[in-house]
Design a protein around this ligand. Sequence first.
Ligand SMILES: O=P(O)(O)OC[C@H]1O[C@](O)(CO)[C@@H](O)[C@@H]1O
Length: 620
Amino acid sequence: MSMNADLGKPRELTGLQQRRALYQPELPPCLEGKAIRVEFGDSTTTIDPTCANMVVQEFPNTFGQPLVHFLKPNKMDAQANDEHPPIRVGVVFSGRQSPGGHNVIWGIYDAMKTQNLQSVLLGFIGGTEGLFANQTLEITDDVLSAYRNQGGFDFLGRTVDQIHTTEQVNAAMSTCCDLDLDGLVIIGGVTSNSDAAQLAETFANHNCKTKVVGVPVSLNGDLKNQFVETTVGFDTVCKVNSQLISNVCLDAISAGKYYHFVRVMGWKASHVALECALQSQPNMVILGEEVAFSKLTLKEIISKICDGVQARAAQEKYHGVLLISEGLIESIPEMFALIQEINILHSNKVPENNIPSQLSPWATALYNYLPPFIRRELLLHQDSDNSAQLSQIDTEQLLAHLVEAEMNKRMKEGKYIGRKFSSVCHFFGYQARGSLPSNFDCDYAYVLGHICMHILAAGLNGYMAFATNLKEPTNKWRCAAVPLTAMMSVKRHSRSPGAVPTGKPVIHPSPVDLQGKAYALLREKASSFLLDDFYRTPGGIQFDGSGTNVKPITLTVEDQDYLGDIELLQDYLEKVRNIVKPGCSREILKAAISSMSSVKDVLKVMSAPFYAELPLFNLN
Ligand SMILES: O=P(O)(O)OC[C@H]1O[C@](O)(CO)[C@@H](O)[C@@H]1O
């Protein structure tokens, strides 16, 4: 295999990069010292208990392990260990680039060296292919220095996000054995972490001593569930994209002549689009999840956009900004069915050029209706998970093209009286993906790196590092590990509750929650966004100085309901119980409760009975 000879080499940093390299991420108190307390919680099942049997069958060695918490040892803590034997760990960039990824490596390295200077960290050059071919670079302070707090994955590089064929798994196992690794850390999103689970299971099955750990690193923000609040890189990418979108909004309103169609990366889920919409407030937003839920056809979507354009024209507004998610194309029911047919033909090794002639009659009709550039893009070879290459399908151009045709038609029929519709298209993906990471992503990745090392030092296999309470300052974060199998589920072919799960258990991307607060906020504001040009300028990422902490974390993470975060709820309940004492005056109670941020919501969501104990007080 050929390697890029420039990977891992020292590089020249600009002034800003040099300053960023000096930024020291903070650690929560439990990770600060040499000693740590490892506390085991209850054993886990899966996030979808109806799939538990299937997961246990596939993962007999790694299913059902307990949640693990990492805590600061008490002074007299007998469990806390200060003596640590040296360990050997390998780390690989498996998923796509995401800002902050380098700091995971830095975090693992610092944690290892704090515990024992003889420990060795090896990075696989060229990502997964480097892992298969046993191409390593020993991580040292020296080689790390140019990559601390820097964007990209160019320290080690990456290739395919796939470690799942028998050949690949065997190659990975043989490398880990050859290198006598105690641990392997896999950096990536849902696909990479599903592969990490498979690797952990196979290694355990073959008595391979290497333990496998996954880290949630993906700009998509889609590896989130009751354990994991967000992924490394999501914060930065949302901030950079929001800035770009808000710049486009200001340009649009200044000139008053173009409709801008903006598509943002985020793969199958629309978390990035939702966050950017809340931050920059464009005129229209279309998320894949809402289209899939309402089963909106392409024609209905175009009609909705045209109605919006027409409503704005009635107010003499001939500009606007429309934001769509990368995964929208797959969420449109008829496009999904067409893409599925193409995928099956690809999987049957039908050459790209022959695919159109082998489509079913209805799929052929739809295919022929689409403009030639989209047809070409739909036929592109598949991504590593056998799905369409969403980044390469210019959905924003498809919509702009069809909206223009429809507006011209309405004009001709006398249904639209106004200026001719004019559009400009943008795809914001790679620009943000290679950005310098925000302080949040630098801290988050560095902390997760430390947690990975503690998971391995505790001899755990098949776990993901995670931290919670992220909307609070770093010193209040809680550090833990969750079995990868606990986040798995099996797809159902139909959405009906009784539908039988089929396929292999994996970690699926979590869609935007259409019942969640962030989406509700977007819907509530939709009509004023459409007509009032409430454009918002969040500005670029500010690393220090005034303005640094104006937007410390993404709104969608900030607004998460604390479902599952029992500890947090208990904290709140404890506080409220201390106040609600017999004889306590109504005024004192009201003032105390309103001073506790989030307590009302937490109580409403998690503890209806306790909330009901306080009927006298107007908590709203
Ligand atoms: O074009 P590439 O680099 O293969 O990857 C694009 C994909 O990777 C992501 O950026 C991250 O998963 C997706 O949003 C996108 O579809």
